[in-house]
Design a protein around this ligand. Structure first.
Ligand code: SAH
Length: 353
C-alpha cells in the first residue's frame, strides 16, 4: 500500500488553517487554538494540544506532519556564547542555524535552502550545489526550536545561513509573514534581514510585497570583473542592474539598504577598492557591513588583516558613509556559512550515526 504523504502543518498560514479546519467540520476557535499551540507555545507533538479532544488530535495526526526538523547537534562557543545548531529534515538532509546574543537582543541566523546553487567561490554552503528548497515550516522550525532550547526570546532574524533566500522566493515570503503574524511569535519585520547575492528581478519583486524587512545585498566587489570572479551570479546581472534594483527597493519601501562587503586579502581590500566603493554608494541612503572573510578549507582565500580592515573602514567613514565591521562570532565553532553542515556531511558513515 502506498502511504499518503502528510501535509506539513507548520507551513500553513493562519487563514489557510482556518479553512482546512472548517473543511474538517471544526469550529473557528479550534484553528486559533491549534495555531497557538504550534506558533506561540511551540509544541512538537499533537498530544501536547491538551485542550483538544483525543479524537481531533488523532484526526490531525492522520492528516498532518508537525515536526519537520530534529535538532541533531549544538555547539557553543567558549569565546562569546554563540551557538550553532544542526537540524535533520524528515528526508534525511541537514541544515544549520546560529544563535547570537547582542546587547539589543537575540539574533537567529537561519538557512533557507538545503545547499545552494549560486556558487560563490568563498562560501562553503554552495560546494555540493542545491539539494532542495526549505519549506516555510522548516524555516520557522529553526527559530522555534532555538527559542525553546535556549529559553531566550528571539528578537532578530537574519536569512544568512545556507541558501539564497530569493531563489526560494515564495516560501521565504510566507515564512516572513508567518513569523511576524500577530497570531504567532509576532517578531517585527523591521528586525528581519534578508540577504541576497543579487537576483535583480527578485529584488524588484520583493520591493512590491509591502514588507518592512531590511534587504542586504552581498556586494563584495566594486567592478563587474572582480565580482564575476567571486560570484558567478554577477555574470547574469551586472552591477548597474543590481544597484538600480536596490535603488528601486529603497524608493519603494523606504527601507535603508545594507551592502555587505567581504574583505579578502589582496583581492578587494585595497585603497582603490575603498575609493571605488565610495563612488558607488556615496549618494545612497545605505549601511555598509564589512565582513572579514572567513577562510574555508576548500579555498585559499585569506582574511584581510585587522589593520587593513580598519583602514578600509576609516576611508569610508571619512566620506560620511555609514559603516560597521561585522563582529566575528563563534570563530571556534565552524563559524562560516555552511561549515558545520559541510563537516557533518564529510563524516564517514554519517547515515548510520
Ligand atoms: N545567499 C545569500 C545569503 C546567505 S550568505 C547571500 O549571498 O547574501 C550570507 C552572507 O555571508 C553573504 O554576504 C555571503 O556572501 C557571506 N559569506 C559566505 N561565505 C562567507 C565566508 N566564508 N566568510 C564571510 N562571509 C561569507
Amino acid at each position: 500500500m502506498k502511504t499518503i504523504e502528510k501535509k506539513e502543518i507548520k507551513s500553513i498560514s493562519f487563514n489557510q488553517l482556518k479553512k482546512e479546519l472548517e473543511e474538517m467540520g471544526e469550529k473557528e476557535f479550534r484553528s486559533k487554538q491549534i495555531y497557538e499551540w504550534i506558533h506561540v507555545k511551540l509544541i512538537d507533538s499533537f498530544d501536547e494540544m491538551t485542550n483538544l479532544s483525543k479524537d481531533l488530535r488523532e484526526r490531525l495526526k492522520e492528516r498532518y506532519e508537525l515536526s519537520p526538523l530534529k535538532m541533531l547537534e549544538v555547539q557553543t562557543s567558549k569565546v562569546d556564547g554563540t551557538q550553532k545548531f544542526l537540524f535533520g529534515c524528515s528526508d534525511g538532509h541537514v541544515v544549520e542555524s546560529v544563535l547570537m546574543g547582542y546587547h539589543h537582543g537575540n539574533s537567529v541566523c537561519i538557512s533557507s535552502q538545503v545547499g545552494c546553487r549560486m556558487g560563490c567561490t568563498f562560501c562553503a554552503s554552495t560546494i555540493g550545489g542545491l539539494t532542495r528548497n526549505l519549506s516555510p515550516g522548516e524555516m520557522l522550525s529553526q527559530v522555534y526550536q532555538i527559542q525553546k532550547y535556549s529559553g531566550k526570546r528571539v528578537s532578530n532574524l537574519v536569512l544568512m545561513g545556507t541558501g539564497e533566500p530569493l531563489d526560494n522566493y515564495d516560501h521565504v515570503i510566507q515564512f516572513v509573514q508567518m513569523l511576524s503574524d500577530q497570531h504567532g511569535l509576532h517578531i517585527s519585520q523591521r528586525n528581519m534581514t534578508v540577504s541576497t547575492c543579487g537576483l535583480a528581478p527578485k529584488i524588484r519583486e520583493l520591493a512590491k510585497e509591502g514588507l518592512q524587512i531590511t534587504l542586504a545585498l552581498s556586494l563584495h566587489a566594486t567592478t563587474d570583473e572582480k565580482r564575476r570572479k567571486l560570484m558567478p551570479i554577477a555574470k547574469r546581472y551586472d552591477l548597474k542592474e543590481i544597484l538600480e534594483a536596490c535603488d528601486f527597493y529603497f524608493e519603494t519601501t523606504g527601507r535603508r539598504m545594507t551592502f555587505e562587503y567581504g574583505l579578502v586579502a589582496g583581492v578587494n581590500d585595497r585603497s582603490e577598492d575603498a575609493e571605488e566603493l565610495i563612488r558607488l554608494v556615496k549618494h545612497k541612503n545605505c549601511h555598509i557591513n564589512l565582513i572579514p572573510i572567513n577562510p574555508i578549507k576548500e579555498r585559499d582565500y585569506v582574511q584581510s588583516t585587522k589593520s587593513d580592515v580598519e583602514k578600509f573602514k576609516n576611508k569610508l567613514e571619512k566620506c560620511g558613509i555609514n559603516v560597521t565591521i561585522r563582529r566575528e562570532m563563534g570563530r571556534d565553532i565552524d563559524g562560516a556559512c555552511g561549515q558545520l553542515r559541510k563537516r557533518y556531511m564529510d563524516l564517514p558513515l554519517k547515515g548510520e550515526q
